[in-house]
Design a protein around this ligand. Sequence first.
Ligand code: 1GP
Length: 248
Amino acid sequence: KGKVKSYIREKLNDGKVIHFSLFDPDKVDENQVYYLGKKLVEAGTDAFLIGGTLGVSQEKLDKIISSLTEFGLPTIIFPSNVNLISSKADAILFMSLLNSDDLYYVVGAQLVAAPIIKKLGLEVLPTAYIIIGHGGTAAHVGKARVIPYENIELILAYSLMARYMGMEFIYLEAGSGAPKTINPLAIKAVKSNVDDAIIIVGGGIRDEESGKLLASAGADIIVTGNIIEQDSEKALKIIKEIKSMRRK
Ligand code: 1GP
């Protein structure tokens, strides 16, 4: 605990692109977690993200995090609400859904969560969460006013706002299982105009070509979720591709 941010920064400073493997505790088969985790680690994934929007019980959350802890890589909570907090994790993406129409998802849940996180001693990674395009279940539940896929001006404005407010991580989310990933041109714009932000990109990444495209556009961290359970061999290929790249 307390070392996740520096772990990430060191890798980025070394010119590496980072890969996060996302597990949804409600969707993953408990008996598969260790086996999948092992393969992902061997392929070179850098950390585990644990989260999901619907159906996550505290018990399952704790269990999944505990089985992933064995690999010695950071375990980071990707929370959809205050029920996704666990002392078993190393860190939490402390996210504000900036384009939500409901203040609860911008500052409300965060207010309730902050004292709990403090008590548990979780490391906090201050993250702007921006939902673009399809948006998936997260957009619906989070009452996001989704930004159109091609509206780079808006994506950039949100990203600049986030950085000026002091957020360090900018998560450009296309939605879990989205038919289309984030627009590489939007990533390029954020990369070249927002200083010192760590850009996380996720949603709909199903092959190594799109992983490569997003990383070359300037994504610092690539997240894959669904594909790990749908086609783990494909997920391993994405990881290997990303890990063979150098950041510009
Ligand atoms: C969802 O960005 C993540 O929150 C990952 O999406 O499941 O489509 O990989 P996928």
